[in-house]
Write a new protein. Structure first.
Length: 244
């Protein structure tokens, strides 16, 4: 069975909105609402790290060939849901999702890819946000705290809300925050993994893995490892080239 397209894309677009919230346009009010204090102490060195270019972020994303011959990349114009209503069920997280700006931020680039491993998946979404270090120091903790506190997200499809239960999950990479998603669509179980990670002082990642009628945590971890490693390697190579 294939996930109805609106379910699939609503979930992916919601994850992207979490990344977009890192721009800071709405994160300040959310930080106050959930009781977060000041940003990370690493903000003192914010001037030492440069924000990558849009091309550098794009080249750092996973490609279909990274995951195997069964995978294809969805066209970029399918990366937004046909239902414009946002997810519900976890106010700290959905406030960030639903209030995030819909236009690109002038503070830095974003990049995304949605990879599809056949008609029934798995589906892998990777979303990268480049922002000044001081912005991520201030706003990234909001995303982490919101995801950590979330226990249920309801994604819209037409007039129906599809609930996904969230439970803590260890992706195996220090600093990453992740949840296991469990739900069903038309009676068929759907499992997934949603993770956020600050892969460099100026880049944050949102990762989503969805699977129909199965649950493969080791595969989800493996693809996440690949995504993080590729971003870090690509950015390190770009920084080395710039210093020559």
């Amino acid at each position: 069975m294939r996930i109805p397209m609106r379910i699939q894309l609503a979930a992916l677009a919601a994850s992207l909105s979490v990344a977009t919230a890192l721009s800071g346009c709405s994160a300040g009010a959310t930080r106050n609402a959930i009781g977060l204090g000041a940003g990370s102490s690493s903000s003192a060195s914010s001037s030492s790290a440069s924000v990558p270019t849009a091309d550098q972020l794009q080249s750092a994303l996973l490609g279909a060939s990274d995951l195997g011959p069964a995978f294809t990349a969805q066209p970029g114009d399918t990366a937004s849901p046909t239902d414009t209503s946002g997810p519900t069920g976890c106010s700290a997280l959905t406030d960030l999702m639903n209030q995030a700006p819909s236009t690109p931020s002038a503070q830095g680039p974003d990049a995304q890819v949605i990879l599809e491993g056949g008609q029934s998946g798995p589906f892998v979404g990777e979303f990268l946000t480049g922002r000044p270090q001081s912005v991520l120091d201030r706003n990234y903790p909001s995303v982490v705290a919101a995801l950590h506190s979330c226990q249920q997200l309801d994604f819209p499809t037409g007039t129906t809300q599809v609930p996904f239960q969230l439970s803590d999950f260890d992706m195996g990479i220090a600093g990453a925050t992740a949840k296991h998603l469990s739900g069903s669509v038309q009676g068929v179980p759907v499992n997934g993994y949603l993770a956020v990670d600050r892969v460099s002082p100026t880049v944050a990642m949102v990762y989503l893995y969805l699977e129909i009628a199965g649950d493969s945590p080791q595969t989800a971890k493996s693809y996440f490892d690949q995504a993080v490693a590729k971003v870090r390697t690509t950015l390190q190579q770009a920084a080395s080239a710039a210093s020559v």
